[in-house]
Design a binder for this molecule. Structure first.
Ligand code: UGA
Length: 472
């Protein structure tokens, strides 16, 4: 067992809270700082704030012993060896990342620095942020020998955040000093040596004591670029497969077969080739824009990223056209909507294509009964219930008397629906699936008109003749 290290994590959002809890899980002593007193009180009293597997049990285990919550950043800084900055970097109007929270935290850390500390960027930030943090701290009168700034980007996904943190594909440490990289190596040693995975009760995942994750040492600037480039690449992969799915529709081919055929090439890989209604969430849209903007500032033409964004926006419009072509006119139609979150297994609706879609459908005059297993509460804040928008308690209630059901989020729960029951509840058995959750053949057998992404639509025998008529 390595010696516990005193760690402060600033910010208790997805990245901060998960990192704090996981650092405690691998043996360190953590103080998690947030300037929102209500959040601190909620976390202290056992609320996890976000919907994330394993988080409640780990928080319960370490709260009050290996993990404490506070709003006092300066005290937390003084008590720690490493200070992880995990505050938000929202998108500014020009596409740049807004780094004002990072700057404010750096200045406050500076006011508490009296002995050597390593300050770690965990938030997703553009290249050169590291240098700005260093300058901000020095401008506040702190001697250079009292601190180092390291970039240690996080690659966790919402919905599997704890597992991703403890079982990463890689750990990237961008450090320009030996003292700083040694401290980071010690923090992650329980993972990189495999010791954590041999422990009874360790959270299971892809890593093991015989296959621990690698730690990649880089310069600070390279680490910053690795994070942006990873997210931009994944977003590009999604836009690519969405564009190919449109081609499949035009050519009457099947995207599932095509994605499998290209994904079996080791150089391409099968993951992130699921077509849909476009990527969303708090990361890809913002990070693609920020990376494009960084490239522009550095005089690099990276118009590929503009195309990635364009395809993503277009994908939502195409889905709306599919709904229209299934229903003819939209005004007054009653739609059952399955899914509000930006992807399955999370309650997060930031930049959710599902929410955008509901807004578009309401603007077209539809009435909507919407269901999501976890995201209704959050959506209600943004889109309050109205005479044309109801939130209902399950998928079957959404389908009741519907002219069509739309699948907008890939919740596992939806793929296990009782199709016979769904069919019996609907006014017209039409399903427009933006996530390809169902097998077209099975939908056909259950008597649905089923329209999905990049695959031939299927119709019940009675409607087939109509669908084949010119102009349909
Ligand atoms: C993403 C990255 O996957 C993480 O590695 C990264 O750490 C994180 O951003 C971040 O920067 O914090 P996340 O936003 O949680 O994670 O979600 P993803 O699972 O990547 O999905 C993003 C969006 O792409 C979702 O809307 C999802 O539905 C969509 N998607 C994903 C597809 O449309 N097709 C796919 O094949 C995969």
């Amino acid at each position: 067992m390595t010696k516990p290290i005193q760690i402060a994590v600033i910010g208790s959002g997805y990245v901060g809270l998960v990192a704090a809890v996981c650092f405690a899980e691998i043996g360190h002593d953590v103080v998690c700082v947030d300037n929102d007193e209500r959040k601190v009180l909620a976390l202290e009293s056992g609320d996890t704030l976000i919907h994330e597997r394993h988080l409640p049990e780990l928080l319960e285990r370490y709260r009050g012993n290996k993990i404490h919550f506070t709003s006092n950043l300066q005290e937390a800084t003084r008590a720690s060896d490493a200070i992880f900055i995990a505050v938000g970097t929202p998108q500014a109007e020009n596409g740049n990342a807004d780094l004002s929270y990072v700057e404010a935290v750096a200045c406050e850390i500076a006011r508490a620095l009296t002995s050597y500390k390593v300050i770690v960027e965990k938030s997703t930030v553009p290249v050169y942020t590291n240098e700005w943090i260093r300058r901000a701290i020095e401008r506040n009168g702190v001697a250079r020998r009292l601190f180092d700034v390291v970039s240690n980007p996080e690659f966790l996904r919402e919905g599997t955040a704890v597992q991703d943190f403890l079982h990463p594909d890689r750990i990237v440490v961008g450090a320009d000093s030996d003292a700083a990289s040694s401290l980071l190596a010690a923090i992650y040693a329980p993972l990189t040596t495999g010791a954590y995975y041999a422990r009874p009760g360790a959270i299971p995942g892809i890593c093991s004591s015989s296959a621990p994750p690698p730690l990649l040492n880089t310069s600070t600037k390279s680490a910053e670029i690795i994070k942006h480039a990873s997210n931009a690449f994944l977003a590009m992969k999604i836009s690519f497969i969405n564009a190919v799915s449109n081609l499949c529709e035009a050519a009457d081919a099947n995207i599932e077969q095509v994605a499998r055929g290209i994904g079996l090439d080791n150089r391409i890989g099968p993951r992130f080739l699921r077509p849909g209604i476009g990527y969303g969430g708090s990361c890809f849209p913002k990070d693609v824009a920020a990376f494009r903007s960084v490239a522009e500032q550095l005089g690099i033409d990276f118009s590929l990223l503009t195309e990635v964004e364009k395809i993503n926006a277009e994908q939502k419009k195409r889905f709306l056209s599919k709904v229209r072509s299934a229903l003819w006119t939209l005004r007054g139609k009653r739609l059952g909507v399955l899914g509000l979150a930006f992807k399955g297994e999370t309650d997060d609706i930031r930049e959710s294509p599902a929410v955008d879609m509901i807004e578009m459908l309401l603007a077209e005059g539809c009435s909507i009964a919407a269901y999501d297993p976890a995201a209704i509460k959050r959506t209600q804040h943004e889109l309050p219930a109205s005479p044309r928008l109801h939130y209902v308690e399950d998928a079957y209630a959404a389908a009741r008397d519907a002219d069509a059901v739309l699948v907008l989020t890939d919740w596992r729960e939806f793929s296990a629906l009782d199709l016979k029951r769904l069919h019996s509840l609907m006014r017209y058995p039409i399903v427009v699936d933006g996530r390809n959750l169902f097998d077209p053949q099975v939908m056909h057998e259950h008597g649905f008109t089923y329209i999905s992404i990049g695959r031939p639509a299927v119709y019940p025998a009675r409607d087939l003749e109509l669908a084949n008529r010119p102009g349909a």
